[in-house]
Design a protein around this ligand. Structure first.
Ligand code: BES
Ligand code: ZN
Length: 954
């Protein structure tokens, strides 16, 4: 996923209070409630004006908490021909404080009628007391005005009839289309509500804290089926041949998790060990691609039910591949929706990486059935409690169910991905204020997802796996069907260290094996809270600077900033008030023991018990910090890697490569030293470590190529081909080997062909010709498919043929590979044609437009084209995607963040300013500007070094 604001965020938690506890279980927190109502009485002029000119009685973005929903009866009748729906609902509410109005969310719904009834309030006993409906679109709210005040502690039933068009985009209740093998285009209707789009489908209390039960009925034609969160109880036949499906009442849940689909899909089903029926649904012609997902989801559901020791509470779980989908997938309770490429696996065209992705997404969305669905964050500022946990659980569950995929080696890369973002001043704390729908959408970023997962992994490593697991189970049990905030998690994790575990010294030991690994430092529950506050309420990542003199290790922590050097005037200010409680780990040449220690102060000194030739910090890269070794530290580690790299663990080697190049960006290490560190890679036995080194070298090649620095580009090419030749030549054009063998093959052959390595081009051309001659019937090994297509796309005939096949292919995995290949063309008119097709949204679906623009911007011949297009077509793009949405953020960063000149920076700045003047403001703007400035600085400092290093290396 793509990605704000400064200072220690403790100050942004303003004025929240728990207004009342209406059941022993639930506490609704609000910053406004009664004060706003009083305000209304005092000064109605301070309130907004509704669409009909009357005063709208509520002025806050968040709903009042005086009226809360208990149950929704929702009836929906979509018409897939006229592309609209009529609907009605009855919401049972509890009035907690007397009020004359009920505020609900509603966006673009035509409300035909609203009435009120109550069994408990005699004045409203007779059915159908009409309510006045006011609408305030700026806040996506409606107000239902009652003729007489509703009384505290009584239940009322609000009935609303409404209708709307099926939405055009990817939000709310929207339409999606697909093409059958026979060439027919069919339409389905599907929902996607997170975070704030349930209000587009039915008027509701659309905030995560308002959990309720839902009883859903869907009317459909007999050629369709209807799916919703729960199993169908019955189907009623209506006059005229229509059918009406009634679904079981759901468990208590937030509105953003409600889902329903009307489609004509086929499915495969199986039963999990607990008896839950799992089904995979896809368009009928894609049925054959559903089998891997069924196998994986059954395995993963079994795993989670065992691991959490909490049953998945619904009798069924459906996973549905939706032809038009904005994100990767959505965890609706019992009815998970996926982009086709995140669920379907086609053995003929899906590669190992595709399989890994499908497995990962299924694991992620299934984890949400507990983290997110069962226990939900109170507000979107803590979306990391959903997304960070789901990402973290991907690691745990995929490692356990598919060890052969060696998923944990991917996890470190996920942390590295967010470190790039978090080492800019424009980053934001994991828990961050978010009020408007756009701000809420922006919270779904790498910080919430990846940093969230990485700090959880760090905490697990610190507490021990067993304690961490017990703690999170405790959290899930305690807050089931309720909402939680950060502190609730920390308390649950602290309580996991049972009182009986504490020893007289105040330390907490794991009850079973007491090794230094499981030794934890829980003097008081407060410690975890304090420690984790430094990671969640404070943005950025720490740098641990190690200085060794004999047996004495001097440690210092700083805030790590890439692109800001210590000699820069702003460095000092940017450091102020930053301090982390860092659970530091280290290993030494003298033993295999992992040493642990918490660095809570700016500086500290550790005395080593014995002499050692090297010390390596951040064992297995489990910690969220970067390490710099001052003095001879890096030289000693480089020597060690060259002498016998296997003395360090593979993930330690990956960490060293990563940290060295990060330190170059921060001006702490010279580029030639970091490059020297990669010289051992020829002997590297761990594929993920080798790939990490290769990734940086390739990155430098792309920077040089894009900037047109021809001498360095040529020399880097020579170096890469020379250095990696033995490994490239060893690769077979097949799908053999372990998951990582296969990932390495794809990476090396892709590089070789990109660099025009003759044997690679020859083989790929040969395979491409055979494929064309076979009319696309020949099976090319999936791991090299993208490479073969990309080489084929360089000739006009090949490019045209690929575009034809793109239209025909029923495999999303294949289509992605073809689209990537098409985007590597050197012909600008071809690239422009792709963009036009993407904007048209027929041959190339709108859902794939952002990835297409991203790919074209990565092509040196397309970068200017893509950027100009975005500038000139911004308003068109905003008609397709919502401002804070992932595609818009991806389009912006994808087409700009590789720029590295002052002119480009100025151009981007001007564009962003013009957008701001039009009222569009996104935090991604600042991230991009900072990234470009960083790139400029990097080049100024490191280009001469890179040039010289290459001259002595080739
Ligand atoms: N809850 C999200 C879907 C979502 C994303 C809703 C953005 C609202 C805004 C879902 O669980 C998710 O995280 N999907 C990921 C896939 C995952 C494997 C990281 C995605 O869509 O990329
Ligand atoms: Zn998620």
């Amino acid at each position: 996923m793509a990605n704000s604001c400064g200072k220690l965020i403790l100050s942004i938690y303003i004025g929240f209070y728990c207004s009342a506890v209406f059941t022993p279980q639930i506490c609704i927190c609000s910053q406004f409630t009664s004060s706003s109502i009083d305000q209304f009485k005092k000064d109605p002029g301070a309130f907004p004006v509704a669409t009909n000119g009357e005063i709208f009685p509520w002025r806050e973005l968040r709903l009042p908490t005086v009226v809360i929903p208990l149950h929704y009866d929702l009836f929906v009748h979509p018409n897939l021909t006229s592309l609209d729906f009529v609907a009605s609902e009855k919401i049972e509410v509890l009035v907690r404080d007397a009020t004359q109005f009920i505020i609900l969310h509603s966006t673009d719904l035509e409300i035909m009628n609203a009435t009120l009834q109550s069994e408990e309030d005699l004045r409203y006993r007779k059915p159908g007391e009409k309510l006045t409906v006011l609408s305030y679109p700026a806040h996506e709210q409606i107000a239902l005005l009652a003729p007489e005040k509703l009384m505290a502690d009584l239940r009322y039933s609000v009935a609303i009839d409404f209708q709307a068009k099926l939405a055009d985009g990817f939000e709310g209740f929207y339409k999606s289309t697909y093409r059958t093998l026979g060439g027919e285009t069919r339409t389905i209707a599907v929902t996607d509500f997170e975070p704030t789009q349930a209000r587009m489908a039915f008027p509701c209390f659309d905030e995560p804290l308002f959990k309720a039960n839902f009883s859903i009925k869907i009317r459909r034609e007999s050629r369709h089926i209807a799916l919703s969160n729960t199993p169908k109880v019955k189907t009623i036949e209506l006059e005229g041949g229509l059918l009406e499906d009634h679904f079981e009442t759901t468990v208590k849940m937030s509105t953003y998790l409600v889902a329903y689909i009307v489609c004509d899909f086929s499915s495969v089903s199986g039963t999990a060990s607990s008896g839950v029926k799992v089904s995979i649904y896809a368009a009928p012609d894609k049925w054959s691609q559903t089998h891997y997902a069924l196998e994986a989801s059954l395995k993963l559901l079994d795993f989670y039910e065992n691991y959490f020791d909490i049953h998945y509470p619904l009798p069924k779980l459906d996973l549905v591949a939706i032809p038009d989908f904005e994100s990767g997938a959505m965890e609706n309770w019992g009815l998970i929706t996926y982009r086709e490429t995140s669920l379907l696996f086609d053995p003929k065209t899906s590669s190992t990486s595709d399989k890994l992705w499908v497995t990962e997404v299924i694991a992620h969305e299934l984890a949400h059935q507990w983290f997110g669905n069962l226990v939900t964050m109170e507000w979107w500022n803590d979306i990391w409690l959903n997304e960070g946990f789901a990402r973290y659980m991907e690691l745990v569950s995929v490692n356990a169910t598919y060890p052969e995929l060696q998923f944990d080696d991917n996890f470190v890369n996920m942390c590295f991905e967010v470190i790039k973002r978090d080492s800019l001043n424009s980053s934001h704390p994991i828990s961050n204020q978010a009020e408007t729908p756009t701000q809420v959408k922006e919270m779904f970023d790498a910080v919430s997802y990846n940093k969230g997962a990485c700090i959880l992994n760090m905490l697990k490593d610190f507490l021990s796996e067993e304690k961490f697991k017990n703690g999170i189970i405790h959290y899930l049990r305690k807050f089931s069907y309720r909402n939680a905030k950060n502190d609730d998690l920390w308390s649950s994790l602290s309580n996991a260290c049972l009182e009986s575990d504490f020893t007289s010294d105040g330390f907490c030991y794991s009850s079973s094996k007491t090794t230094s690994n499981t030794l934890t430092f829980l003097r008081e529950n407060v410690e975890i809270k304090e420690m984790m506050a430094t990671w969640t309420l404070q943005k950025g990542i720490p740098l641990v600077v190690v200085n060794r003199e004999g047996r004495s290790l001097r440690l210092r922590q700083e805030r790590f900033l890439s692109g800001v050097f210590k000699e820069d005037p702003e460095w000092g200010t940017l450091q102020e008030r930053y301090l982390w409680h860092i659970p530091v780990t280290y290993s030494m040449s003298s033993s295999n023991v992992i040493h642990r220690y918490i660095l809570k102060s700016k500086t500290d000194t550790l005395d080593l018990p014995v002499e050692t030739s090297w010390v390596k910090f951040n064992v297995d890269s489990n910690g969220y910090y970067i390490v710099h070794y001052e003095g001879h530290g890096w030289d000693q580690l480089i020597t060690l890697l060259n002498q016998n790299h296997t003395l360090l663990r593979p993930k330690d080697r990956i960490g060293l490569i990563h940290d060295a190049f990060q330190l170059v960006s921060a001006g702490r290490l010279t580029l030639d030293k970091a490059l020297d560190l990669t010289r051992y890679l020829q002997h590297e036995t761990s594929i993920p470590a080798l790939l990490k080194g290769l990734e940086y070298l390739e990155l430098f090649y792309h920077i040089m190529e894009r900037r047109n620095v021809s001498d360095v580009t040529e020399n880097l090419k020579l170096y890469l081909l020379q250095y990696f030749k033995p490994m490239i030549d060893m690769q077979s054009w097949s799908d053999e080997g372990s998951a990582w063998d296969r990932v390495l093959r794809s990476a090396l052959l892709k590089l070789a062909c990109y660099l025009n390595y003759a044997p690679c081009i020859r083989k790929a051309t040969e395979l491409f010709s055979q494929w064309m001659e076979s009319s696309g019937k020949l099976n090319i090994p999936t791991d090299v498919l993208k490479i073969v297509y990309s080489v084929g796309a360089q000739k006009p005939a090949g490019w045209n043929y690929l575009l034809e096949q793109y239209e025909l292919s029923l495999s999303g995995a294949e289509k992605n590979k073809i689209l990537y290949a098409l985007s590597t063309s050197k012909h600008q008119e071809k690239l422009m044609k792709l963009i036009e097709l993407g904007m048209e949204g027929k041959v190339i679906k709108t859902q794939d437009l952002a990835a297409l623009l991203y790919a074209i911007a990565r092509n040196p011949k397309g970068q200017q084209l893509a950027w100009n297009f975005v500038k000139e077509n911004w308003t068109h793009l905003l008609k397709k995607f919502d401002l804070g949405s992932f595609p818009i953020r991806m389009i912006i960063s994808g087409t700009t963040s590789h720029f590295s000149s002052k002119d480009e920076l100025q151009e981007v700045k001007l564009f962003f300013e013009s957008l701001k003047a039009q009222g569009s403001h996104l935090e991604i703007f600042q991230i991009v500007l900072e990234t470009i400035s960083k790139n400029i600085k990097w080049l100024e400092k490191n280009l001469p070094t890179l040039r010289n290093w290459l001259l002595i290396s080739i």
